[in-house]
Design a protein around this ligand. Sequence first.
Ligand code: ADP
Length: 237
Amino acid sequence: MAAVTADRNLAGRKPGLERAVILLGPPGAGKGTQAQRIAQRYRLPHLSTGDMLRDHIQRDTDRGRRAKPLMERGELVPDEIVLSMVEERISQPDCDNGFVFDGFPRTLAQAEDLEQICRRHNFDYTIVLHMVVDPDLLMRRLTGRRICRAGGHIYNIFDRPAKVDGICDLDGSELIHRPDDTEPVIRGRLSAYETQTRPLVDYYKGQGLLIEVDAMADADAVTASIGKTLDKAEARQ
Ligand code: ADP
């Protein structure tokens, strides 16, 4: 039975996934790739806090200046910066029918605050997809990752290379190697995940919101399995 509030119906909002979809998993689990695909399939915005922060750095904003040295070391950015960015973003009208988070929440404080934010914005449902992957694979995925400058399309020089080296197959733009995709910084990011983000697995499991996804499979198989899960969730609304 749908638990969409009367207010949402009265506001004439189109039914969509009507929920916050959270992709939870270590750096290199494939959150960005899968979030892009989910967003496209359900026509929802893909909200990557990493991309938002990189945008602030590029525009040299106050938030960007605070975030930059932390991101260069692979450490997390303070909750208050991330939470204010997220709340601003989901207040935009394109988030009315749901959104896909990639890289958020990453701490218990962020998860608790997200609950309040969802309540304020009348989102009754959350689904958490836990992308489970063997740690040995992560270093290879991250050091090999290349990202298209224009559209954020993701490649891997070892497993999913572009047809022409350094050029995006889809839009011809340059492929970049993120400065934090180098071994020493990746080690910092993996350790931040273990200490600060992994506790969210139990937190969401305890709330009955966690669905495990085998993220070792190739990207298309992972997309297919996530698609089935989300279709079921949509049908239950
Ligand atoms: P990945 O998931 O591969 O580490 P992201 O682009 O999501 O890549 O994150 C890059 C960096 O941005 C992180 O190492 C961290 O410094 C910062 N960051 C992104 N999202 C958050 C968040 N929710 N909380 C704190 N820091 C964040």
